[in-house]
Write a protein that binds this ligand. Structure first.
Ligand code: HEC
Ligand code: HEC
Length: 183
């Protein structure tokens, strides 16, 4: 750990949970890559290096590498000191290890060559298409807070599972938001 600020209690709780689930969460990328085709290919097939699971899942889920093109991962890994308003810097060895693995498992489909705004998964064309039925206010609910918070709706996001069987409606949806969701 080399984040400069003191970890919050929620982050400690997350880390504890992560440590407990580490043994079963490691093979998730292998499992999801092997058992699904098509969209799920982006979950990747090669298990992540330990620092990816330990460091990059401390503040949010360990995003599957196949959800961003290599250019975006490179920019993100070169800018960890100013990472979406936080300091996510790591020592050089871990940065190199994580970067290599991200490159090897990045999204390589032809349309992945289009630049991704802010290098966000949530700003990719495929993300917007997959979530086009979600009413805009849904993203801002207290139970969701941000589109980046995949776990609010995808209960298997920490295992790289984004299929319809692992979906839940977050709390506090209005009737209109529920109707849009079911669309
Ligand atoms: C100190 C906390 C912290 C750490 C550690 C951290 N991140 Fe983040 N990350 C954030 C925050 C905050 C956001 C923005 C979330 C939002 O907009 O709601 C973010 C967003 C992201 C996004 C974009 C999500 C989207 O909106 O599509 C990616 C990709 C990402 N992080 C990758 C990484 C990687 C790779 C690592 C490890 C090298 C990492 N993060 C470590 C805090 C962190
Ligand atoms: C507010 C709830 C919500 C959040 C937050 C959310 N999603 Fe989704 N996501 C959905 C819903 C609902 C669907 C199903 C859409 C449909 O089938 O019409 C979906 C579909 C998907 C799919 C397509 C799955 C398939 O089988 O085709 C992927 C991949 C996905 N989401 C990834 C993500 C990622 C990655 C994040 C976080 C960066 C995220 N989602 C955040 C609600 C959400």
């Amino acid at each position: 750990m080399k984040h400069t600020h003191a970890p919050s209690t929620t982050r400690l709780a997350r880390l504890t949970r992560l440590a407990l689930s580490l043994s079963c969460s490691l093979p998730w990328m292998l499992a999801s890559g092997a058992s699904h085709a098509g969209e799920h290919e982006r979950a990747g097939r090669v298990p992540p290096p330990m620092p990816y699971v330990q460091e990059c899942a401390a503040c949010h889920v360990a995003y599957p590498p196949g959800m961003l093109p290599a250019t975006s991962w490179t920019r993100l890994m070169n800018g960890l000191g100013q990472h979406f308003g936080t300091d996510a810097s790591l020592d050089e060895k871990d940065v190199r290890l994580i970067h290599q693995w991200l490159m090897a498992n990045a999204d390589t489909r032809s349309r992945a060559s289009a630049p991704v705004p802010q290098d966000r998964i949530t700003r990719t064309a495929w993300f917007e298409r997959k979530h086009r039925h979600i009413e805009p206010g849904t993203w801002r609910l207290p139970s969701v807070r941000s589109a980046s918070n995949c776990m609010a709706c995808h209960t298997g996001a920490d295992r790289g599972q984004f299929g319809e069987h692992d979906l839940r409606m977050p709390q506090g949806l209005s009737a209109r938001q529920r109707a849009a969701w079911d669309d």
